[in-house]
Design a protein around this ligand. Structure first.
Ligand SMILES: Nc1ncnc2c1ncn2[C@@H]1O[C@H](COP(=O)(O)OP(=O)(O)O)[C@@H](O)[C@H]1O
Ligand SMILES: [Mg+2]
Length: 250
């Protein structure tokens, strides 16, 4: 599913966060969004999943501007999107199996036996077996992310969105999650959007990278385009230097 973001603007009071985002998320590819903390990465993806409405601009999915549709129409489009938030956002009072089954029970009329099969199948895709009856509190951080991913793919989404999937994880677990994102993308042929702070991980998983700065896309391209760019702001960010033209709000 291709997603065309055109002239997207969003302010919160006097805080102008998105000043005109133009970005095409290509079908079947992984696009990683990078940029400083607070630059509007999460705000951008919240527009894509309809949690926020823009002040101006369009988000066109399959020829439809999703910022203009009704709640009902949007809910149909949203079924194509699987989302994994930073915290994994599992329901603590539900078992792992119930968490993964949740979107299936909400959005389909499948019989319980079929739901249980799908739950097992999705958990197997993320490398988990026999954890259906465990509660989130009994799982490690990496396992919770996997359960979150299993739930995100429960409805066979065409678009998968990850907000900082590796933040707070150790380097080995981060690489495991990166591999999982890559394998899921290949296996399901989905369009993936990943927000990340991890530059090596970004180079590994991205087909395309978009860097946000001061409310606009300062650079969009392949990992090679980023490795060879001479843009001083992008270079400073990639090389994680405090000194340079990039302004930091302390
Ligand atoms: N619901 C909201 N109400 C007011 N301000 C918000 C809201 N969501 C985000 N912001 C502000 O928008 C800016 C961008 O936030 P965010 O997209 O979360 O940054 P990040 O790039 O780290 O994900 C921040 O200044 C944040 O305080
Ligand atoms: Mg964020």
């Amino acid at each position: 599913m291709q997603i065309d973001i055109k002239g997207l603007k969003k302010s919160f009071g006097s805080n102008l966060v998105l000043e005109g985002i133009d970005l095409t998320i290509e079908d079947g590819k992984t696009t990683v969004i990078i940029g400083q903390t607070g630059c509007g990465k999460s705000v951008l993806i919240k527009h894509i999943i309809g949690l926020l409405r823009p002040d101006e601009g369009e988000i066109v999915v399959n020829g439809v501007d999703i910022t203009k549709v009704t709640r009902k129409e949007f809910s149909d489009i949203l079924k194509n999107f699987g989302v994994l938030f930073q915290s994994a956002a599992l329901f603590d009072s539900m078992t792992t199996g119930e968490n993964v089954a949740f979107p299936l029970r909400e959005h389909t009329n499948l019989p319980e036996s079929r739901i249980m099969e799908i739950v097992k199948e999705k958990l197997a895709i993320v490398g988990l077996k026999g954890v259906e009856s465990r509660y989130p509190a009994e799982l490690s951080g990496g396992m919770k992310k996997r359960v979150g991913l299993a739930r995100a793919i429960a409805l066979d989404p065409k678009v998968l969105i990850f907000d900082e999937p590796t933040t707070g994880l150790d380097p080995v677990m981060s690489d495991t999650i990166d591999n999982l994102i890559m394998n899921t993308q290949k296996r399901l042929g989905v369009t993936s959007i990943v927000i990340s702070h991890d530059i090596p991980g970004t180079y590994k998983i991205a087909h395309r990278i978009a860097m946000l700065y001061k409310g606009t896309v300062v650079l969009y391209g392949s990992p090679d385009d980023f490795k060879s760019t001479k843009d001083p702001i992008v270079r400073q960010f990639l090389e994680r230097r405090a000194e340079g033209p990039l302004q930091v709000e302390a």
